[in-house]
Structure formats: structure tokens, C-alpha cells
Design a protein around this ligand. Structure first.
Ligand SMILES: Cc1cc2nc3c(=O)[nH]c(=O)nc-3n(C[C@H](O)[C@H](O)[C@H](O)COP(=O)(O)OP(=O)(O)OC[C@H]3O[C@@H](n4cnc5c(N)ncnc54)[C@H](O)[C@@H]3O)c2cc1C
Length: 369
């Protein structure tokens, strides 16, 4: 049995996709004296129940670049680590149903092209050729990113963890960090359920637990867990495994193929906050109760786009908590309130897409300032 580490150059708290990606990148940069601590099992927080769409287009150019880095990494990760990722580069479609959205999409195309990303502007009938199940009468146009795709969120995280271990990082499960130890306002180490680890730098990738935990050392991380749902259908005639992912922002919904059926999720305009008074103890590998009444508004919007959903059997309505932030962007970098304390959290339902790039950026921040 390996011995519990008593010191490390840096400790990462949290074994979701963001913590594992940060460990992977730090180890690859030669920081092998890094310990990642996960209170339960890797992926058991929010990561395990993500739908797994990996899109690159955002209105913020820097974030689009980070997402592009994720795709480059996911393309090679399985071959490098030997651990399957479920990564499939089936492309991504983004629909525009009014002139304002179309203007936004065209601007995004200009940004994408400036980074060398391939993004094509399609007519409604060209979009329908790629996604025959959808109606297009309300479409002005669509954007197509051939390099978008989808992944298995747990597998891709375990692949990052394997790559991190192969490069020399230590990853410990069932090891909750109970406290960050400070002396005269300087980080001295972390206390865990299994003992103390001396370290100079702490990187908190604690998902929805981040806000409360950061507060214990005076750091404010403005994020709030909200319920987020997607439904999984039985097989549908005409759904093929090479169909691109589909985003329909004017109908607040997204889609991907899964085992011959569709995953359809979305963003209700009246989202439901979760765990306002604190996350219950023992919350791991846990889903929330399906809320069909609340999801119905999205189903209505989706039926207008994909009429085949009307008769599709529903396997499951997945409801999981996800961290959202006031401006819809994730929170990353060194905390202004505490030197050597870094945060990567608040991924607003695109942490799988962002995980590769955010872990790289965070690792560079930690290692190079
Ligand atoms: C229903 C749903 C669908 C989604 N679909 C998509 C999608 O299609 N595409 C996409 O890109 N994103 C999607 N997301 C978002 C994505 O799942 C998240 O953004 C991502 O998983 C967040 O990863 P994380 O590492 O920040 O957090 P987590 O996965 O929650 O990891 C944080 C970890 O920290 C651990 N931890 C907390 N406190 C401590 C402590 N004190 N000591 C030790 N460990 C601790 C927790 O146990 C947890 O494992 C979806 C989310 C939901 C809810």
C-alpha cells in the first residue's frame, strides 16, 4: 500500500473534469509533485451526469480559443493514455431563427476564422441535409463547426486522470479536504480526513462545493448550483451516429445522438436554484428527482423543431445540479484575496467542453504566474 503524502508542491481539491485536467497539465509541465484529492470517487460530483456535448463557439473569443484547445486534446487523449474517452468529432450545428441571431452567428464566424477554426455558414436546406429530422421553416441560417463533437464525460475525465498519473501526479480518492491551513495569511497546507499535507499552492476545483469551501479562507467565489435537465429517448428512426450535435438557442434547447436515440436538454427561462441552504452531506453520484412539469416548456419548444419527439419513448429525464455564475463565464485563476490559492469552478453547463482548455490555463497560471 502506498503511503499518504506529507508534502506536495501543489494540492488540487476535486476530482471532476476540471481538477483532473489541471493535474494532467501540471504533471505534463513537469510538476510531478502534485496531489489531487477527491472526497469520494473521481467524477462523482457533477461530471458523471453531463450530457457530453463539446461545442467551441461562445460569444467570448478567449473562451472559444480555450474550447478549441479542449478539442485538440480530446482528439489525441485516448491514443495517449489508452483509456477510452467516447470522443466523437461529429461536428456541431448552431441555428439562427432571427436576424439578430444570424448577425451574432456571422460575427462568431469571423472570430472563429481568426483563430483558424473551420466554421461554415449554411442555408436552412444545407443544415437540414446534416440534420434531416429537424424542421427548418423558421430558420434564417445555421453555423456548422466540423470539429465540434461529443464525449463520455466520465471516461474523458478518467482518461485525463490516467494521463496525469502516467506523467507523475498522485491522485487520491475518498480523501476529503476538511481545512486549508494558513499561518499569518500564508498557505501552509491542507488538512484531510487522512492527515495533513504541507503545500505552498492550493487549487480548488470543487464544483458546486467551491463557494462554501473558499469562504472558509475568505475567498468569494460567486456561483450557485441550479437544477439542469435533459431527457434521453429510445431509438428514433432516422437518428444516425454521425449526426452533428445541434444547438437551437432561440428555442433554448440542445441535442445529441445517443445509442440511436436523442438526448435533448435546455435552459428554462425560470431555472430552479438547488441547495440554497447548503449541499446535503453524502451527495455523490446523486441525481435530483426528475421534474417533468418544469421540463415541459422545453419539450414544447423542442417538438416544434423535432416532430419525431412526439412519438419517441422516453428512457430517462436526468436532473443534476450544475454551478452557474452571474455572467455565464467560469471563474478561473488566483484568488485576489489569498496568494497561491487558485480556483477553477462555475462552468455553467459547459465544463466538459471547457475542461481541457480550462485545466491547461489553470496549470499555466499556477506554474508560470
Ligand atoms: C444535466 C447536466 C448536463 C450537462 N451537460 C453538459 C454538456 O453536454 N457539455 C458540457 O460541456 N457540460 C455539461 N454539463 C456541465 C458539466 O457537467 C460541468 O460543468 C462539469 O462537470 C463541472 O466539472 P467540475 O470539475 O467543475 O465539477 P465536479 O464534477 O462537481 O467536480 C468537483 C469535485 O470536487 C469534489 N470535492 C468538493 N469538495 C471537496 C473537498 N473538500 N475535498 C475533496 N474533494 C472535494 C467533489 O466531490 C467533486 O467530485 C452538464 C451538467 C449537468 C448538470
Amino acid at each position: 500500500m502506498s503511503t499518504f503524502p506529507t508534502s506536495a508542491k501543489a494540492v488540487i481539491i476535486g476530482g471532476g473534469i476540471v481538477g483532473c485536467s489541471t493535474a494532467y497539465h501540471l504533471a505534463k509541465m513537469g510538476w510531478t509533485d502534485v496531489v489531487l484529492l477527491e472526497r469520494k470517487k473521481l467524477t462523482s460530483g457533477t461530471t458523471f451526469h453531463a450530457a457530453g456535448l463539446v461545442g467551441q463557439l461562445r460569444s467570448n473569443a478567449n473562451i472559444t480559443q480555450l474550447l478549441g484547445y479542449s478539442v485538440d486534446l480530446y482528439n489525441k487523449l485516448e491514443a495517449e493514455t489508452g483509456q477510452a474517452t467516447g470522443w466523437k468529432m461529429n461536428g456541431g450545428l448552431r441555428l439562427a431563427c432571427n436576424e439578430e441571431r444570424w448577425t451574432e452567428v456571422k460575427r462568431q464566424a469571423t472570430t472563429a476564422h481568426s483563430f483558424g477554426l473551420d466554421m461554415q455558414l449554411l442555408t436552412p436546406s444545407e443544415a437540414k441535409e446534416l440534420w434531416p429530422l429537424m424542421t427548418t421553416d423558421d430558420l434564417v441560417g445555421a453555423a456548422y463547426m466540423p470539429t465540434d463533437g461529443q464525449a463520455n464525460p466520465s471516461d474523458i475525465t478518467l482518461s485525463l486522470a490516467k494521463g496525469a498519473r502516467q506523467a507523475g501526479a498522485t491522485i487520491l480518492e475518498d480523501t476529503k479536504v476538511t481545512q486549508i491551513e494558513l499561518e499569518d495569511g500564508v498557505i501552509k497546507g491542507v488538512t484531510t480526513e487522512k492527515g495533513f499535507i504541507e503545500c505552498e499552492k492550493v487549487i480548488l476545483c470543487g464544483g458546486q462545493w467551491t463557494r462554501t469551501f473558499a469562504k472558509t479562507v475568505g475567498v468569494n467565489v460567486p456561483l450557485a448550483p441550479m437544477e439542469h435537465q435533459y431527457m434521453v429517448t429510445e431509438q428514433i428512426d432516422g437518428v444516425t451516429s454521425d449526426m452533428p450535435t445541434l444547438r437551437d438557442p432561440d428555442r433554448l434547447t440542445y441535442y445529441k445522438e445517443e445509442v440511436g436515440g436523442l438526448v435533448m436538454g435546455g435552459y428554462e427561462p425560470n431555472p430552479i436554484p438547488w441547495a440554497v441552504d447548503g449541499i446535503p452531506k453524502g451527495f455523490h453520484y446523486t441525481l435530483l428527482d426528475s421534474n417533468f412539469d418544469h421540463f415541459e416548456q422545453l419539450v414544447e419548444l423542442a417538438l416544434g423543431r423535432v416532430p419525431a419527439l412526439e412519438t419517441a419513448g422516453i428512457k430517462q429525464l436526468v436532473n443534476g445540479p450544475e454551478s452557474f455564475t452571474p455572467d455565464g463565464n467560469f471563474i478561473i485563476g488566483e484568488a485576489p484575496e489569498l496568494k497561491n490559492f487558485f480556483v477553477g469552478a462555475g462552468f455553467n453547463a459547459y465544463g466538459i467542453a471547457a475542461g481541457g482548455g480550462a485545466g491547461m490555463a489553470l496549470a499555466e497560471w499556477v506554474a508560470k504566474g
